[in-house]
Structures are given as structure tokens and as C-alpha cells.
Ligand binder design. Structure first.
Ligand SMILES: Cc1cc2nc3c(=O)[nH]c(=O)nc-3n(C[C@H](O)[C@H](O)[C@H](O)COP(=O)(O)O)c2cc1C
Length: 164
């Protein structure tokens, strides 16, 4: 029996997606990598730029990934929902790494609406269907009510072991 090697990759502007990414990395016994951008997007102007990039479906400038995807069996990719779209840094990551992705699973954090269109966009950017998806609201994250949903997502990614 050999463990499936899993990487959790995420972008987070204000910490919500990071919190879920960290909990998932623990639940899945996975490595974790944050998508790093060339420019910050704090404050009102950062908000507006995020909105415009998402609506125009533009990728942002991100640093090259530090992880060698060829050494993983699956990658779990997380994004905040921006204007019913995948965030521009995660769009950039999927575009840059499409050819090297192993099996994928997706998660998103959101105010309340847009997860289905985001998962559809991620699937077409990745060029493959996800093993599982998981959407969680910022309200659930803030009030720590995400445990059951997160556990169900982790369970959907079982078996965590594969026949050797
Ligand atoms: C530019 C922008 C656009 C957003 N658009 C949506 C949206 O269309 N639907 C939604 O439910 N939440 C939307 N939100 C809320 C975020 O998806 C939510 O707060 C998310 O958990 C933030 O994740 P983060 O803290 O990891 O950046 C938007 C937030 C921002 C900054």
C-alpha cells in the first residue's frame, strides 16, 4: 500500500481560503503552497482591481510555483469567489500549470453565490474534471461551522491509500 501524495494549492486575499487550505492540508496529510502575487491587492483599489480582473477573466502576475507537480498524485486547488468567477491568481496558476496537473479537486470560499460557475471555470482551465468539489461560505469559516463539510470533502478524496 502506498499513500497518495497530495498538494493543497490556494490563493487568499483576506485569509478565509487560507484557513480552509490549512485545515485541508492537515486532514489530507498534504503539503501546502500559497499562490504568491507580484503585487498586493489590499484596500479599496485592491478590491476593485480584483473585481475587474475577475469580470474580464484576466489572469494576474504570479510567482512561479515552487512545487514539482510531477511528484504528486493529486492537487487540491482553492480560490475565493470573485464576481461569480475564479480569482485571477488561481486563474493564472491553472493556466501556467495545466499541462502538469495530476488528478485535481477544487474548493472555494465565498460570500454566498457563484460556486458552481467557479467550479465550471476551474474545470475548463484545468482541462479535467475534479475528483470532488467543496464550497464553504466565509460566514461558516468565521463561525467555525465548516467541520462537517470539510470532513465530507476529505472523505470524498479517499481512499488515501492506493494498492501498490
Ligand atoms: C473582489 C471580490 C468579489 C467577490 N465576489 C463574490 C461573489 O461573486 N460571490 C460571493 O459569494 N462572494 C464574493 N466575494 C466574497 C469572497 O468570495 C469571500 O469573502 C471569500 O471567502 C474571501 O476569501 P479570502 O479571504 O481567502 O480572500 C467577493 C470578494 C471580493 C474581494
Amino acid at each position: 500500500m502506498a499513500y497518495l501524495k497530495t498538494l493543497v494549492v490556494y490563493y487568499s486575499r483576506s485569509g478565509t481560503t487560507r484557513k480552509i487550505a490549512e485545515a485541508l492540508s492537515e486532514a489530507l496529510n498534504a503539503n501546502i503552497e500559497e499562490i504568491v502575487e507580484a503585487n498586493g491587492r489590499a484596500g479599496f483599489f485592491g478590491y476593485v482591481r480584483s473585481l475587474v480582473e475577475a469580470i474580464q477573466k484576466n489572469p494576474s502576475a504570479i510567482a512561479q510555483s515552487k512545487s514539482d507537480l510531477s511528484s504528486y498524485d493529486r492537487v487540491v486547488i482553492g480560490t475565493p469567489v470573485w464576481a461569480w468567477s475564479v480569482s485571477s491568481p488561481v486563474r493564472a496558476y491553472l493556466m501556467a500549470n495545466k499541462e502538469h496537473l495530476p488528478e485535481v479537486a477544487f474548493f472555494c470560499t465565498l460570500g454566498g453565490k457563484g460556486s458552481e460557475s467557479v467550479f465550471g471555470q476551474m474545470q475548463s482551465l484545468a482541462g479535467k474534471a475534479p475528483l470532488a468539489v467543496y464550497a464553504v461560505t466565509a460566514g461558516e469559516v468565521t463561525s467555525a461551522r465548516y467541520g462537517a463539510g470539510l470532513a465530507a470533502f476529505a472523505k470524498a478524496l479517499e481512499p488515501s491509500v492506493s494498492a501498490a
